[in-house]
Ligand binder design. Sequence first.
Ligand code: EPU
Length: 427
Amino acid sequence: MDDERILIRRAGPLQGEVVIPGAKNSVLKLMAATLLADGEFTLTNVPAIADVGIMAELLEAIGVRSERVAPDQLRMVNSGNINPVAPYELVERIRASINVLGPLLGRFGRVSLSLPGGDDFGSRPIDMHLHGLEAMGATFELRHGVVEATAERLHGADITFEFPSVGATENILTAAVYAKGTTVIDNAAREPEIADLCNFLVSMGAHIEGIGSSTLTVHGVERGELHATQHAVVPDRIQAATYLAAVAVSGGEVVLRGARADHMDMLLRRFHDMGLTITSIGAGAESSLAVWSHGQLRSIDVATLPYPGIATDYKPLIVTMLTVADGVGIVTENLYPGRFRYVEELQRLGADIRADGHHAVVRGVRQLSGAPVRAPDIRAGAALVVAGLAADGETSVAGVHHVDRGYDDLVGRLAALGADIERVPAP
Ligand code: EPU
């Protein structure tokens, strides 16, 4: 499985145009939401990433078939023959498998779900998902690692999250669309991918108010009233940020076609503080970003926060940029404990980083130096590739299967911009 490496050698400035694919953390949730209605769905702007394949396998086991009908297009057919059981072999491979809980419970009143796995950083409980659904009338029993959920028919409820959890917001939303009465979610997560899910549900016939805000109001419809739909997935702001970081450390001028400034506002401001020139072209689905960098960066302090704050998924990229910036930057992680595992890998490349608990102090060095490293997860893997662009000599990144989970041809896209990068089989 993990036999390939990505080899990177420092090249000159990056030039050209890169198309930003659809967002992993949206498409996986939209796929799960196809459980809500029978019929044929079409998703466009679907990224070619491994997690889409795993989610398709999970949904196939439950009863929804998927077929890639074009490179970025997925046709999904829900024939109504659903077995609401999510088996461990599939669930353990992907955190987003938890997203089948809301639709299955809302529509069929019972689910058997193995507890999810996903990225290996810290414990990632699902207590908020369960408490929210309990408030709507569901009951849960945990037996041998399997959550058995039942509900006659869910009813609306007022749910206030102690923390704006992305996954819990999504599961309550997709359960509430078929609940009897009105559900209000307060302190809801408001990532662009949540708004994308809301828009998808609305195009299926759901009634949702407050889309994009932290208070979502869902007026339930009768079971069976929602219908299949077509939808274009929002662009992936994390993949977009990866290309911005690549230009930041390499220098150059690149257009990110499809990237949306309105989804990345805070990050773009901080990248500006670091010395990048970024301009937004067009708006909405037609938008692009143009980035220019002379390769010399200034340090900043950054803390991760739920949207609209700086996403935790940007952090490995920011830490990597700080390793070659002028000065010292302090990075604070507020979402996950222990998500600094890649720091040791960056240190192998000569980075000067001290990480302790939720904080990392990054002192910029003149030059990283290439070495073999291993990707511990998706985002850290991409950050190590970016670090390779800034390092003298050759950097070899192992653990490529992590990168493939969330990146649509990172190597090909960077190579097309002029990076000296290739995939090679294991030595
Ligand atoms: N949390 C709880 N209880 C819950 C739910 C969450 O304590 O019931 C905690 C988690 O343990 C974590 C924090 O709250 O410390 C954030 O969790 P959240 O539910 O917001 O995140 P998630 O839905 O599990 C999604 C993305 C992550 C991204 C986070 C934060 C997907 C599939 N995953 O995870 O993306 O880091 O939101 O923005 O959408 C990635 O794409 O590489 C990735 C890990």
